[in-house]
Design a protein around this ligand. Structure first.
Ligand code: MGD
Ligand code: MGD
Ligand code: SF4
Ligand code: MO
Length: 750
């Protein structure tokens, strides 16, 4: 029996396109873009068609698991699981302090609502250190935002649908998306003779192929390329003087550094013709608007944080800020990542914590030590760090050294295999879910998805897991909740008043708010829909923070009524809502510098810029290749799909290599090679392609997962990229990995 079309979203990348699906016998049988979704408006890419491989696969878990002494797992019931996990966490807290309980994850590409409830568990335990995947990509950029704009959470976004010139630096949006309707927008830019597409990437990517200008840098040389662009802007006086004078400070510190850039030399080091760099600088300066997207190609490569700074200087020097088609500070429905923005360091190594996140690459160092403040326990939720963090071998050692590892995951992931307890939630199509990837400007979209299927028997949604843990820990009692329960029965206005009174009088409850909302407001929202209770708080916070933008999005009311109107729309509109509409001037109001201007000078990075030319790029002769470990392809989606059958193209996850290198190695297309790095070695199939430049090879991300075959035997397909990466290979400021730039040796296999 097929049912009617129902609205949900694709959970495979941060764009979360709205989709409509029909289901049949527990399967997602038909999928099409949802035209009513305000962000994607009917758009999807081909990957969404494969979503049933996530919903139905052999690795789905249907009971809590406990590890036996021999390393195998036994099923246990939920009461036992919650009781034992709570007891063991409390014992670690009481012996070593709650700070030794480390939390990782909280959501993947489609789910942050469930993970948001973990805040209460952490508060109940006194756990204060967290991290997630943002700390292996975006924290360097966030830190730069903090320096330029006053707060790391002044997050800037491009306006590609309107930009005259769109620039992608280490970003391949044709495959990885990153903004709504990416391929349609790229095609529009290319079709319009008045607009230009610029790509900076060592590979001739699908996006580069479309581009008018492709700066095909040598891998790892973006700091030179971006510096050269800045050098030309200054030398040829292509900067926006009015913008710089009226809107920025500390130009007098920055400009001498930019004037000193040896443009010709840096172009040569980056391997690009100086003419092309000059042409691109002039094109940007001439444009009425430029938007730039930096992504993993520079954030996970040498000089990563410096790269982010230089990229931002390119649009700032040309005045591409706070106007249509340029870079703006967006609203948000709720924050991603944990805790305070700055000022803290990691307990063992003293590494800088950015937006509340421990740098990804130092996590094993914070465990594998006899330091008294080392992490003793880890709660992992909706993340697969044993696979996704650098240096998987070392990460497994670190997990093995912990007294307790608790994993909350739908599947028997690489990380779950290392756990003492595995707690399975329903899939993202079996519960209310949402992401907090609300990253757009001027229109920003939020989408609460309703479940398509009943939860798989034996699972409990994350909010319920956290509720039970908080209760088992003893942090919250029925007496605490009684007044709110009574108020909830009297309606949301009464609830709001009582909520403010209670959290005002008992500030110690503030950290437990997610579970408090779930237990008291949740039941009034409908059965199974309790998780949406957190969004009541988020909607009110959002309406308070951006009242004008929320009104422009069509919501009315003053004070709490505005928040209620927003919440009501979130709850009832199944295709998602535009929750804010911004005027470009808002960007200036959101800037958090004391003087309301952009600060152009970051001394720490200006020193690195100054020394850029003196560094030599001597390469270890044992590792003559640069390996990009983790390229986004049409056949990759992090580790959300575990069943390799979802991949129609590129089933083996081939290593891409240039024709010249293939010839030198004596390997044919489809032949096999061994890739060796300082950390490990793996065999793989090759794909020979002239999209690669000589000396550069590239492996896809998300492969190397084990999955049971028809007979139940575990089979690993493809290369797990982090068996080849090293944790010491990282950015000095942000501790982010250099996955895109791994020195490697490649040898043909007979
Ligand atoms: N299909 C697909 N889409 C995805 C995902 C997925 O798994 N599959 N994952 C999602 C996630 S979590 C993220 S963070 C985004 C990431 O999205 P992207 O950052 O676009 O993805 P990557 O392919 O990892 O890296 C981008 C480009 O960096 C280039 N690169 C490598 N070395 C260098 C260098 O030294 N300099 C420059 N300039 N470029 C370099 C690579 O050739 C590649 O084309 O994608 C999201 N979208
Ligand atoms: N070498 C290399 N490493 C990389 C990268 C690279 O380019 N190269 N890219 C990095 C980047 S940008 C990212 S974002 C990370 C991604 O890596 P991770 O952050 O570890 O995320 P995913 O691979 O998406 O894993 C998500 C996990 O969530 C589980 N899951 C799915 N749905 C649910 C649910 O509803 N509830 C719960 N509790 N769990 C669920 C899945 O089974 C899976 O185990 O990888 C990083 N690692
Ligand atoms: S662009 Fe991203 S969210 Fe949209 S269909 Fe493709 S993978 Fe899914
Ligand atoms: Mo990512």
């Amino acid at each position: 029996m097929t049912d009617a079309w129902r609205q949900t979203a694709c959970i495979l990348c941060s764009v979360n396109c709205g989709i409509e699906v029909r289901t049949e016998d527990g399967h997602i049988s038909r999928i099409r873009g949802d035209r009513a979704h305000p962000g994607s408006r009917g758009y999807t890419c081909e990957k969404a068609q494969r979503l049933d491989h996530y919903q139905n696969n052999r690795d789905r878990l249907t009971t809590p698991l406990r590890r036996r002494a021999d390393g195998t797992f036994e099923p246990i019931d939920w009461d036992t699981a919650i009781r034992e996990v709570a007891e063991r966490l409390v014992a670690i807290r009481d012996t070593h302090g709650g700070a030794t309980i480390f939390y990782y994850g909280g959501g993947g590409q489609g789910n942050h609502l469930g993970g948001a409830y973990s805040g209460a568990t952490r508060r109940a335990l006194g756990s204060i250190y967290t991290s997630n995947a943002l700390a292996q990509e975006k924290t360097g950029e966030f830190w730069v935002d903090g320096q330029l704009y006053g707060r790391p959470r002044c997050h800037i976004t491009g306006d590609f649908a309107r930009a005259e010139v769109a620039v992608f630096v280490g970003k391949n949006p044709w495959q990885s998306h990153g903004f709504p309707r990416a391929r349609a927008v790229l095609r529009e830019i290319v079709a319009d003779p008045k607009r230009s597409l610029v790509v900076i990437d060592p590979r001739r990517t699908e996006t580069a192929e479309l581009a008018e200008y492709h700066l095909q840098v040598r891998p790892g040389t973006d700091a030179f390329c971006l510096s050269a662009l800045l050098g030309v802007l200054v030398e040829e006086d292509l900067v926006d003087h009015d913008f710089l004078r009226d809107r920025t400070t500390n130009g007098e510190t920055l400009f001498p550094a930019l004037r000193a850039i040896p443009v010709a030399d840096y172009c040569a080091r980056a391997g690009i013709a100086e003419d092309l760099v000059r042409t691109v600088a002039r094109r940007m300066a001439r444009a009425s608007s430029v938007s730039i997207f930096e992504d993993l190609g520079i954030q996970q490569a040498p000089h990563s944080t410096l790269n982010s700074y230089l990229e931002k200087l390119v649009y700032l020097l040309t005045g591409n800020f706070a106007r249509p088609g340029t870079m703006n500070i967006h609203t948000r429905m709720a924050g991603l990542g944990g805790g305070k923005e700055g000022g803290r360091t990691s307990p063992v190594g003293g590494h800088r914590i950015i937006t509340g996140l421990i740098p990804a690459n130092v996590i094993p160092d914070e465990i594998l030590t006899d330091h008294p403040k080392r992490f003793r326990a880890m709660i992992v939720e909706s993340a697969n760090p044993a696979h996704s963090l650098a240096d998987s071998r070392r990460m497994r050692e670190a997990l093995a050294a912990l007294e307790l590892v608790v994993v909350i995951d739908v599947a028997m992931s690489e990380t779950a295999r290392q756990a003492h307890y595995v707690l399975p939630p329903p899939s993202q199509f079996e519960k209310w879910e949402a992401t907090f990837f609300t990253l757009e400007f001027p229109e920003n979209v939020f989408h609460l998805r309703a479940p398509l299927f009943p939860p798989l028997a034996g699972t409990l949604p994350e909010p319920e897991i956290h509720r039970r843990l908080v209760r088992a820990i003893g942090a919250l009692t029925d007496a605490d909740l009684a007044p709110l329960r009574a108020a909830a029965a009297a309606g949301r206005l009464a609830y709001a008043q009582e909520f403010l009174r209670l959290t005002g009088e008992r500030p110690e409850l503030a950290g437990l708010v997610p579970v408090i909302l779930y237990e008291t407001l949740g039941p009034t929202l409908g059965r199974g829909n309790e998780a949406a209770a957190l969004l009541w708080g988020a909607a009110h916070t959002c309406a308070l923070a951006y009242p004008e933008s929320v009104r422009r999005a069509g919501f009315s009311g003053d004070g709490p009524a505005l928040g209620e109107a927003l919440f009501e729309a979130i709850l009832t509109r199944r295709s998602g809502i535009t929750f804010t509409v911004d005027e470009y001037e808002e960007t200036w109001r959101r800037l958090a510098t004391p003087d309301g201007r952009v600060n152009l000078a970051i001394p720490e990075l200006l020193r690195e810029l100054d020394e850029l030319g003196t560094g030599t790029t001597t390469r270890d002769a044992a590792f003559p290749f640069v390996l990009t470990a983790g390229e986004r392809r049409s056949s990759t989606a992090n580790t959300i799909f575990r069943d390799p059958a979802w991949r129609k193209k590129d089933p083996a996850g081939a290593l891409r290599i240039s024709p010249r290198d293939a010839e030198t190695l004596g390997v044919a297309d489809g032949g096999r090679v061994r890739v060796t790095t300082v950390r490990g070695s793996a065999e793989t199939v090759v794909e020979i392609t002239d999209r690669m430049q000589p000396g550069h090879v590239s492996l896809p991300n998300g492969l190397g997962l084990s999955y049971p075959d028809d007979a139940g035997r575990s089979v690993v397909s493809g290369v797990a990229p982090n068996e080849l990466t090293a944790s010491e290979h990282r950015d000095a400021i942000a501790g982010t990995p250099w996955h895109k730039h791994v020195p490697a040796r490649v040898e043909a296999v007979a």
